[in-house]
Design a protein around this ligand. Sequence first.
Ligand code: TYD
Length: 212
Amino acid sequence: MFITFEGPDGSGKSTQIRKLSEYFAQQGYCVVVTNEPGDTQVGAQIRDLLLNPVYQGITPETEALLYAADRAQHVRQVIRPALEAGHVVICDRYIDSTIAYQYFGRQLPGDFIECITRQAIDGIMPDVTVVLELSTEAAERRFRRRAEENQADYSVPDRLEQERMEFKDRVNEGFKYMAIHYPQRIMTVDASGSIEEVWQQILSGLRERNII
Ligand code: TYD
């Protein structure tokens, strides 16, 4: 079983992923929680290239290829072996992030994105994708609150978090577009509520799809 989580920065994916992995573990499954970019040794280097704000000159094409390179490694080294071993794999971001950020956000050509994504994933598609939906303004408010509370991860915005509001709005449109066009794979959850409210929506959505 391969489950991916998507949504804007600040939508609360990590918390919900933790809850879902605990849920599966309690049912006796072996769960692999992973994320993109950066979950392999080479991926960690690619992640730094992608997100470290010192690299301001990265072109959209370079950025897309780096995400694809990270994914190619991740699929072959982590995701496929775990799925073949019968584990539940939960991944924080996957192909829909490329479509939302590089296709809708950066406005790169669709055939380029499709080609590099196809090569990277080598046929490994999620069984279900949970998109946590949150407006750009609400996501920004959460980000600022976390920064004020001085949580280490949120103190300095990374290169993508420093993008303008128009970019982030386009990214959000991208997630909406994907959810509308691929309703069988993608379930959208309103992420503006409390942790527990969001969790209950995820549980009922996954039950409806016979995933749990
Ligand atoms: P990360 O700190 O992992 O963000 P989050 O906790 O919100 O998932 O940073 C990942 C960033 O990379 C995030 O801004 C989204 C972006 N991204 C893309 O632009 N394209 C992609 O294909 C992926 C996987 C991520």
